[in-house]
Design a protein around this ligand. Structure first.
Ligand SMILES: C[S@@+](CC[C@H](N)C(=O)[O-])C[C@H]1O[C@@H](n2cnc3c(N)ncnc32)[C@H](O)[C@@H]1O
Length: 333
């Protein structure tokens, strides 16, 4: 066993176990039914692209992968399976606060390997990251999880502490403030535009619009207690860059990219604002197809304006991949 794996295994051996999992935190169910999440966003057949693309980024950016990997908030395993197939290090600790999610992810591994890294599953809440040993992990990977974590500053500091020098924290599918506010601002003009065109808005459509715009406002605000909310934040790239730098992590940000973009066939998923916006309304906010058809027809000019601004470069920034690499020396100077 390589020495890095031996110290990881010694740490794991000392951890409490309960219900078949390593127990780093108390179990906590997801705010919405996990099976419902699975039906909406889940992985029905094991998909490799997200984890494979993440591992390609590790190679391109010279991340040292000789130590264990940790995934936080695995959910239904969308990132997990490909990571298990492609992470070249010796160990892979797969975690979530919800045992139901851990079970759903574990099911993906019923299919044949190979899985180069040995897998372990643990109940872990990101608020407890301070419990992890310093300089232990070469990779901390997350997809669509940072915006669920209450104290982002403390979390980034704890990641920096438990990462080995040369290792990295990679986060994908996080919502970025400017793009989300733009989506909500466009949504604010849907009702007046449709009414001006003679469309009679159903009460349930008005409700969908209000829920969407109120939700974005809630995510954006920083003056309210979000302890009990499941989804919490929107991010500014420069703030995460500064926060990382304070803790010895150097940021590379890939606007509107997904991890899967870096896996074969290397085609970017992001097309333009309109496609992202309409997909978001359909799949995340559950707008019905009839309403979406009216939005597409009557908001054409507004959506085209935004798409035309970004014919030759990627934007507006709605999401992206954050790669924060632990480097030696001061990166603030
Ligand atoms: C939107 S889901 C994303 C799941 C999965 N990573 C994916 O990409 O489909 C958010 C995940 O974060 C987990 N989560 C929520 N709060 C968390 C916390 N404080 N610490 C760790 N994970 C958390 C949830 O249980 C859930 O699995």
């Amino acid at each position: 066993m390589p020495p890095d794996s031996a110290s990881f295994q010694a740490w794991v051996d000392d951890l409490p176990k309960s219900h078949g999992w390593l127990q780093l935190s108390p179990e906590r169910a997801y705010a919405h039914a996990e099976d419902g999440y699975d039906a909406q966003y889940g992985v029905f057949a094991p998909e490799e692209e997200e984890g494979q693309g993440l591992c390609a980024l590790l190679a391109t950016h010279g991340v040292d992968t000789r130590g264990p990997a940790l995934e936080i908030g695995c959910g239904t395993g969308r990132l997990t399976y490909g990571l298990a197939r492609h992470y070249p290090g010796p160990d892979f600790l797969i975690t979530d606060p919800s045992p139901t999610f851990l079970r759903l992810t574990q099911k993906l591994f019923e299919s044949a390997g190979p899985y180069p890294a040995r897998q372990q599953f643990a109940v872990l809440n990101a608020d407890d990251l301070g419990l992890l040993p310093p300089d232990m992990f070469s990779l901390i990977a997350m997809r669509s999880t940072l915006h669920h974590i209450l104290k982002v500053e403390e979390f980034i500091a704890a990641c920096a502490r438990t990462l080995r020098p040369g290792g990295a924290l990679l986060m994908g599918a996080e919502p970025c403030e400017s793009g989300y506010i733009l989506m909500a601002a466009v949504a604010q003009s849907i009702a007046p535009t449709l009414e001006a065109a003679g469309v009679e808005l159903r009460p349930e459509w008005r409700k969908l619009l209000k829920v969407f715009t109120d939700t974005v406002k809630f995510y954006c605000r920083r003056d309210i207690d979000k302890t009990t909310a499941e989804d919490k934040h929107l991010f500014r790239v420069e703030e995460l860059g500064e926060l990382g730098a304070e803790h010895g992590l150097r940021l590379r940000f890939f606007p509107n990219a997904t991890f899967a973009d870096y896996a074969p066939p290397l085609l970017p998923e992001f097309e333009n604002f309109s496609v992202f916006f309409l997909n978001y309304l359909q799949y995340c906010m559950l707008f019905d197809l009839e309403f979406l058809k009216l939005i597409r027809r009557h908001m054409k000019a507004q959506l085209k304006y935004l798409d035309d601004c970004y014919r030759s470069h990627v934007g507006p920034v709605l999401t992206g991949v954050f790669l924060l690499k632990k480097v030696n020396g001061n990166i603030l100077t």
